[in-house]
Design a protein around this ligand. Structure first.
Ligand code: PLP
Length: 454
């Protein structure tokens, strides 16, 4: 076998031309979305007022193993894909571990994260349907940035509701979005009914993804020619993100490397779901086995401390109900939390895989995450996003375990993005004033009590 290079690049014509739909291979399918009014399972048509038609069909598609990627989307992917799979030789040396560490780097585009993989697909289907524009929410700003790049490319209008705390803490991300032509409104705003209601109920609130979603949905359904798009959680987003896993698998296969441990950070579950899909597919078909770890922040631990129940996807309770690991749609993560992993729930696909014990989950504290980020940056050169650094932290922990056991495991993790716009968080860490807020059992029980009884 030839020596493994620092970066395993695929060629342009090895970019996947079909997305892999892991639901087709799942014996226990993710639970269906329910109508929040009637409690009845939704059909694709029921979603058409909110989502683009083609995306609604993808959302409901539990059967097709492969879905062709339209040529226009593949062409856009060519601008920044294939992304490299990096062998972390320098980190291995620093840790003095026998483990081999690889990371799939998705930060090599202007939006700085993997979110562009789905943004371009969603913008494409909106354009194809003849829409004027799309509305969305953004937390830390990566999704809004990715979407504004994608809508600019297809000449669509883009209206972004940005969680208020991020709008204030991350003015630069906001300006990137505006440069690509998006309108950015801090959420909760006073320009939607649901925003006014949330402001009344929680005066001075910092906002949350859940309430920004409610505002964006209202904006989409109250304007002609607009639909709502979402950057995570949904099954269609995991489908688009399967390009991450497909490329990772192709790169590993090229050098005959079999992954042992696969690690991803989990907010709404899209990068993790996309990275692991082809590997989980092998597990489901009985072809291979992997140790897969979802990493979430201790401040927002939906898999490790939440319940697997039907819940609202948004604080305003206007979206369909999804069965997922959730902390309750009223859960407000601590405002001091630096990462963008602040969503109360988890992708229904990832939730089902976790419930079926095909993957495991762990939670990590913010200061430990930044210590790992710093170590990684100093040896590997890349300034990682705080979200991605959750995966780094656990990859380092797993590599250090190998040092004790002497095992030369192949550890693969998703490095979802860069942290240039997260320097307020890095500043807090560098100044030693970052804290580790962890919700109490009582906090979680209180918000879980408000889940619908289904
Ligand atoms: C949004 C984001 C995440 C978390 O979202 P998932 O849907 O769980 O992948 C992780 N890393 C980065 C860089 C992000 O922008």
């Amino acid at each position: 076998m030839s020596e493994i290079p620092y970066k395993i690049y695929l060629s342009e014509n090895e970019i996947p031309t079909a997305w892999y739909n892991v639901r087709a291979d799942m014996k226990n399918k993710p639970a269906p979305l329910l109508n929040p009014g009637t409690g009845e399972p939704l059909k694709a048509e029921d979603l058409y007022p909110i989502f683009c038609e083609e995306l609604s069909k993808q959302e409901m598609n539990n059967d097709d193993q492969w879905i062709d990627i339209p040529g226009e989307i593949v062409d856009f992917y060519k601008m920044y894909r294939p992304s490299p799979l990096v062998r972390a030789y320098c980190l291995e040396k620093e840790l003095d571990t026998p483990a081999h560490i690889y990371y799939k780097f998705e930060g090599n585009n202007t939006s700085g994260s993997h979110k562009l993989n789905s943004a371009i697909a969603q913008a494409y289907y909106a354009k194809k349907q003849g829409l004027k524009g799309v509305t969305t929410e953004t937390g830390a700003g990566q999704w809004g940035t990715a979407l504004s790049m994608a809508t600019a490319y297809f000449g669509l209008d883009c209206q972004v509701y940005m969680v208020k705390v991020s709008y204030e803490q991350k003015p630069f991300r906001r300006e990137v979005m505006r440069t690509y032509g998006a309108t950015v409104t801090p959420s909760p705003s006073m320009s939607t009914n649901v925003g006014r209601k949330i402001n009344e109920e929680f005066p001075g609130t910092n906002g949350s993804l859940g309430c920004a979603i409610s505002e964006a949905v209202e904006a989409a359904t109250s304007q002609e020619g607009y639909r709502y798009v979402l950057g995570s959680v949904l099954s269609q987003v995991l489908l688009h993100q399967s390009v991450i896993g497909l490329e990772t698998k192709a790169a590993l296969d090229k050098y005959g490397i079999k992954a042992d441990t696969i690690i991803g950070c989990a907010g709404g579950g899209s990068n993790l779901g996309g990275l692991i899909s082809p590997f989980v597919g092998q597990m489901l078909r009985g072809e291979a086995d992997y140790d897969i770890i979802a990493v979430e922040p201790a401040s927002c631990p939906s898999l490790t401390r939440g319940s697997y129940v039907y819940d609202f996807c948004d604080t305003g309770r206007v979206c369909p109900l999804a069965k997922m690991y959730t902390l309750g749609s009223n859960f407000m993560p601590a405002p001091n939390h630096a990462g963008g992993l602040r969503y109360h729930g988890m992708s229904s696909i990832v939730s089902q895989l976790y419930d079926d014990k095909l993957i495991r989950a762990t939670s990590v504290k913010q200061t430990d995450v930044f210590a790992a980020a710093e170590k990684f940056a100093r040896v590997e050169g890349i300034l990682p996003a705080p979200e991605s650094s959750h995966a780094i932290k656990v990859a380092i922990d797993e590599a250090l375990k190998c040092k004790e056991t002497g095992e030369a495991k192949n550890i693969v993790f998703g490095l979802t993005g860069t942290g240039y716009f997260d320097l307020v968080a890095y500043q807090k860490y560098n100044d030693g004033v970052m804290d580790d807020y962890i919700p109490t059992d009582e906090d979680i029980a209180k918000s879980l009590a408000q889940c619908p009884k289904i």
